[in-house]
Design a protein around this ligand. Structure first.
Ligand SMILES: Nc1nc2c(ncn2[C@@H]2O[C@H](COP(=O)(O)OP(=O)(O)OP(=O)(O)O)[C@@H](O)[C@H]2O)c(=O)[nH]1
Ligand SMILES: [Mg+2]
Ligand SMILES: [Zn+2]
Length: 218
């Protein structure tokens, strides 16, 4: 009988090794890596644009998109180094792509690396990129039913951010339903309501990142 190799499993196993290697290397360097995951337009880049200036830590950003370097250009305008990965149709990032992107960054003076994953609520949650924490970014206009409909991401996330809460006055949104479902799926997830445009929740977000950084360096 010819031996059959499940290519998907083999590729994922190789990527898992890469992810673990990246996490170990970054631990030695005292660098925290955070993987932002959410639908297209959930507000991931805007959150980063508001997080980076004035934060008490030094950052670098890896931008994942199917096409264009628009998000990396937006980040570069804040004065933070950014590298763009284009997946050319791929709907998520993988650890070997992150490894290549890391080689493009100068990490000597960096405390936190943010990865903005390809806008997608489904498969990015399946892939370990070597990050310390996945962060689920869900925006108010998407509706409060998303945690139960896309449970994998919300179960895996170290933090769930509900973004664009300045729109609460215009768009009906059942916050109790949203946070109740998040808590049932993932009782230990950090939960923050954010408006990057109005500034709400930004202090809590920065404090969480500082705490995670301290934990990583301990
Ligand atoms: N009202 C409001 N709009 C926001 C907020 N944050 C982002 N937006 C808007 O939402 C839209 C999408 O924001 P982006 O930050 O580009 O979203 P993204 O998640 O990076 O999108 P992709 O990279 O395409 O997945 C833009 O028009 C932003 O101006 C917010 O806090 N409040
Ligand atoms: Mg973006
Ligand atoms: Zn995918």
């Amino acid at each position: 009988m010819p031996r059959r190799i499940n290519i998907r499993q083999a590729v994922m196993a190789a990527d898992e090794k890469t992810a673990n290697r990246l996490r170990r290397d970054l631990k030695e360097r005292g660098i925290l890596m955070v993987n932002l995951i959410g639908s297209p337009g959930a507000g991931k880049t805007t959150l980063l644009e508001s997080t980076l200036p004035g934060a008490g830590f030094r950052s670098a950003v890896i931008e994942g998109d199917v096409a264009t370097s628009r998000d990396a250009e937006r980040i570069a305008k804040t004065g933070t180094q950014a590298v763009q990965i284009n997946t050319h149709g791929g709907c998520h990032l993988e650890a070997h792509l992150v490894e290549k992107a890391l080689m493009e960054l100068t990490l000597d003076m960096v405390d936190i690396i943010f990865i903005e994953n390809v806008g997608n609520l489904v498969c990015p949650a399946e892939f370990d990129l070597g990050e310390d924490h996945k962060v689920a970014v869900s925006s108010l206009p998407e509706g409060p039913d998303k945690p139960l409909k896309y449970p994998h991401l919300f179960s895996e996330a170290g933090a769930v951010l509900l973004t664009k809460i300045d729109l609460y006055q215009y768009i009906p949104f059942d916050k109790d339903l949203f946070w109740g479902d998040v808590t049932r799926l993932n009782p230990s997830a950090e939960k923050i309501e954010i408006s990057a445009s109005a500034g709400d929740g930004m202090q809590e977000w920065n404090e969480l990142l500082s705490r995670w950084l301290g934990d990583k360096r301990r």
